[in-house]
Ligand binder design. Structure first.
Ligand SMILES: *Cc1c(COP(=O)(O)O)cnc(C)c1O
Length: 398
């Protein structure tokens, strides 16, 4: 399959006059979503009422939709399930992994990880007590820091600020050699690059769907458990829908078969319907094509910005193998610069303390947009267009 990126772009409903370089934070609206969600509301919920759980297949949606994502992240079919938010899935994967490695107490992560992952790990460690600890090292030091005290590594493959990509295969191999398990966070990988969980022998993985997978604000997260662990991992968040027989209403918890046990409570059917429709675009995409184009788009942007904006410092690795699908630049006035860009129709975002972040999403961004965005950024920088009071006022979401 070769991917027709003009065709994928036509599958999105993008506002006129906007260059959207923030699909890495909240993906835009795919055209099929409103109809599909409308049908889930009126034809399914409205007409079927509670019978929709069986008749409309609602109860099977978390695993069915999970399978569509499995293909995109190199997971074995039948080993991904949807539900909850990513923060919850981080906790769930970590708790199971720790329990599978008794005798070891250390969660190893890095200082480039997304704070929520670290907060969830910290909360879990406090709940467990008994000497459990979270250890964080610099991203470059992760490989060497995996020693025989580490129970589990908690690593986000692509750094949300710098776009730096960890070597999943090497880290997983080292973890296994040292007797540790791995939890991979694919928040900035799923739908962004050619991820291969099975090939890397990853143990657990989690990710969200509202970024590169375009499920809409608050879309459900996913969790993967490797087939060799799927019937062994015990869920700490042991909700009734992860039970072997939810409608037996047993008083005792018995985990369901394989990945089903990672379900917790009632699935968000309307958001799953949005995600299901959003995933249709991926039926036309070869991940290798996506990755090649993402790197080419990022390279074009980096080259144009570096030519025209000497005051911006690239913080994303130049080596394609070492980056995800974004380009980030530092500047002390990063916040105001981004606000003035947004006012001119180029939407990226700002990450404290000083990072301007631009996501490259080949499904709907082409080389024209990249060139235009770089030209507008150059005008903003050359004429100090950012230096106006309204661009300095901080909003709640940056
Ligand atoms: C976006 C992101 C999150 C957000 O978690 P939610 O629970 O979905 O709000 C967590 N971790 C990483 C690495 C992220 O990039």
């Amino acid at each position: 399959m070769t991917t027709d990126f003009d065709a994928t772009k036509a599958m999105f409903d993008l506002p006129e006059g906007v260059i959207y370089l923030d699909g890495n934070s909240l993906g835009p609206l795919p055209r099929g979503v409103a109809d599909r969600v409308g049908r889930a509301i009126t034809a399914e919920w409205g007409q079927m009422l509670i019978t929709g759980w069986n008749k409309a297949g609602w109860m099977d949606m978390p695993a069915r939709v999970g399978d569509r994502i499995a293909r995109l992240i190199g997971a074995e079919p039948g080993h991904v399930v949807m539900g909850d938010t990513l923060s919850i899935k981080v906790y769930q994967a970590l708790a199971s992994a720790l329990e599978m490695n008794p005798g070891r107490k250390v969660i190893l992560s890095d200082t480039g990880n997304f704070p929520s992952d670290l907060y969830m790990a910290d909360g879990l460690v406090r709940t467990l007590g008994q000497g459990y600890a979270l250890r964080t090292v610099a991203p470059e030091d992760v490989l060497d820091a995996i020693d025989d005290t580490v129970a589990v590594t908690l690593i986000t493959e692509v750094d949300y600020r710098t776009g730096r990509r960890h070597d999943m295969k090497a880290i997983t191999a080292r973890a296994h050699a040292m007797g540790a398990l791995t939890v991979w966070d694919l928040a900035h990988s799923a739908g962004a690059l050619d991820c291969d969980l099975s090939g890397a022998q990853a143990d657990f993985a989690v990710g969200c769907t509202y970024k590169y997978l375009n499920s809409g604000p608050g879309g459900p997260a996913f969790i993967y458990v490797a087939p060799r662990h799927a019937d062994r991992a015990r869920p700490a968040l042991s909700g009734w829908l992860g039970h072997a027989a939810p409608f037996a209403f047993d008083l005792d918890y018995r985990p369901g078969a394989g990945i089903e046990r990672m379900r917790v409570g009632t699935p968000p059917i309307l958001q799953l319907a949005a995600l299901d429709a959003a995933l249709d675009v991926w039926d036309h995409v070869a991940m290798a094509d996506l990755r090649a184009r993402s790197l080419a788009l990022s390279d074009a942007f980096i080259a144009a910005v570096e030519r025209a904006c000497p005051d911006l410092t690239l913080t994303t690795p130049r080596d394609p193998a070492m980056r995800g699908s974004q380009a980030s630049f530092r500047h002390p006035q990063g916040y105001a610069i981004m606000q003035s860009l947004i006012a001119r129709g180029v939407i990226g975002d700002f990450r404290a303390p000083d990072i301007l972040r631009f996501g490259f999403t080949p499904l709907f961004i082409g080389f024209d947009e990249v060139e235009r965005a770089a030209t507008i950024l150059a005008e903003v920088m050359a004429n100090r267009l950012w230096d106006r009071p309204e661009y300095h006022a901080r909003a709640k979401v940056t």
